[in-house]
Design a binder for this molecule. Sequence first.
Ligand SMILES: [Zn+2]
Ligand SMILES: [Zn+2]
Length: 344
Amino acid sequence: MRRLPIYVLLDCSESMIGTGMTGVQAGIGTMIRTLQRNPHALETAWLSFITFDSRAELKTPLQPLDEVQVPKLKVRPGTAFGSALLLLGERMLQEVRRNQPGAKGDFRPIVVLITDGQPSDDWRPALKALHESVPVGNFYAIGAGDDIDFDGLREVTDIVLNLQQTDDQGWAKLFVWISDTLGTASMGTAEGDEKAAMLARLPDSIEKVEDGHWSSGAERGGPPRQLFLYGLCGVKRLPYLMRYGYDPQYGVYHPTAAHKLDRENADFSGRGQSLAPVDSREVDGCPDCPHCGSEGAGSCGNCGAVFCGGARGEDGRSVCPGCGAQLTTRKDGGDGFKIRASEG
Ligand SMILES: [Zn+2]
Ligand SMILES: [Zn+2]
């Protein structure tokens, strides 16, 4: 029996936290259940899941569809896209059966990539290595959100899609479409026709990105559309991630959301390395602490931690939840201070 290998590459960088992660987690479950009800898919489809954040990780080696479990996803800093491509190439070399004299090998693998950010590593050599691995059938690269490097994705494949609706519904529609696409592919229709037919059925919330047509967030060279900063709750001492959106008119970042980081949805082991610090003057305010609801935030002059307003006592003094230093509130003299940013 010729198998149809399907490799799903999932970006689990911290910027995916919130509806991105819950949407992908739920969508993967729907996709697996939908395909398991499809007799053609059950006969031919084999699935593998690879995640990438600060590094690439094999979550599920290539397995028959009826044995695949939904992988548990957690966010971590970084977007090691190149490492993911390298791992994909290695796995395909190991797992995909090539044609032998007298025996047909597997169908060309299908790759589905979902990312919401810009790679944090040098991925072009990895792409070259991937091209020297097993030839891929259709490679679907799906970008979600405002910070996608669509130029880069176009170098990887000619099927680049932009998920414009990134709420729960948008993610759900995306995975219905992916399930349909993989179901159709598992019927073994001619590759070219199948690609055109499936792209014709894209829902409104997903746009195909053509050459020379970039969506709003993809201008090159400008500042990133989003910024992520770590906070520490002064009451519960738990970390959280503050999400900011760039306001080109004033050249500052405004807070848009804050997400709890806990052991359920995040892995702290890779944290530590960060990008160039952000000047506090580029950041306009802060979101409420998602752990205790306190407004405001302060920054520790000793360890550099940013902490929520819940750390402030009645006397106006704060105890840094990061290093325990006693801090008096100092009015910002206008010089600004440096804040460590997350890699997103
Ligand atoms: Zn707090
Ligand atoms: Zn401190």
